[in-house]
Design a protein around this ligand. Structure first.
Ligand code: G3P
Ligand code: CA
Length: 253
């Protein structure tokens, strides 16, 4: 039993900060991760892409426009992260777009994000782009293969993670209706849970997933009424931009 598997199977639902405490600090930055730890979340969700030279960075969008000052620094706002070097990514401000209070905040590498989060919570790593081998190498280097959960919409990638590192827990992201075919595809990846769009999750879908031995996370739930509906239906993990506000709905040990 790894620490991540123990957490996945805890008796109470998990509180998971979406992109860090992203209602209080710029998403996918170290201040957002630290703020989530201060709330006392179980997990911090983050997104990653590779830089042009193959270094995983925490970042949500495909291009740098919305959340960085790439236009000022690199002369081009709509550059894709995958075509930008590590050297240039490290020059960017990833906080000022959110508020001048966060000016000077870097776009963090996945490695430094794990160093920030793991001492206080577990990381729910969402792969947006990048190969499984690079992630598994990083987790091995940091001795974290059993201490994080990896999720993705690309289920072939998750199967690769599991092949390379069978002890690593993976969760299949998805949306829309859940049926027997969904469960067959999930089972083929070796996933131990599903992370589903909240509005598509019915009580009967949650029951059906549980009957297959899967845990169920929902994204992204900021409305207390929606959180209550899902928790009453037996949800196992609430992925939210507002962990401080929803914290009391999830009983602590
Ligand atoms: O946790 C899953 C959820 O984050 C997927 O959507 O666009 O916020 O990465 P997105
Ligand atoms: Ca995400």
């Amino acid at each position: 039993q790894t620490p991540a598997r123990r957490l996945l199977h805890s008796k109470r639902p998990l509180l998971i900060a979406h992109r860090g405490n992203s209602s209080r600090a710029p998403e996918n930055t170290l201040p957002a991760f630290r703020s989530a730890l201060e709330v006392g979340v179980d997990m911090v969700e983050l997104d990653y892409h590779h830089s042009a030279d193959g270094v995983p960075f925490c970042f949500h969008d495909k291009d740098l426009k919305r959340t960085t000052n790439a236009k000022d620094i690199l002369g081009q706002g709509d550059l894709e992260i995958a075509e930008t070097s590590t050297r240039n990514l490290l020059r960017l401000d990833g906080g000022r777009w959110y508020s001048s209070d966060f000016a000077g905040t870097a776009v963090p590498t996945l490695a430094e994000s794990l160093d920030t989060i793991q001492p206080g919570a577990m990381t729910l790593i969402e792969r947006k782009a990048g190969d499984a081998a690079t992630l598994v190498d990083l987790l091995r280097q940091k001795k974290l293969t059993g201490d994080v959960i990896v999720q993705a919409f690309d289920w072939d990638y998750l199967a690769d993670v599991r092949r390379l590192s069978p002890e690593t827990v993976v969760v299949c992201l998805g949306k829309e209706a859940i049926d027997e075919r969904t469960f067959a595809l999930v089972a083929a990846t070796g996933a131990e849970g599903i992370g589903w769009r909240a509005r598509d999750l019915t009580a009967s879908a949650i029951d059906a997933a549980h009957a297959k031995g899967l845990r169920v996370f929902a994204w992204t739930v900021d409305d207390p009424a929606e959180a209550t509906r899902l928790l009453d239906a037996g949800l196992d993990g609430l992925i939210t931009n507002r962990p401080a506000e929803l914290r009391e709905l999830v009983a602590k040990d």
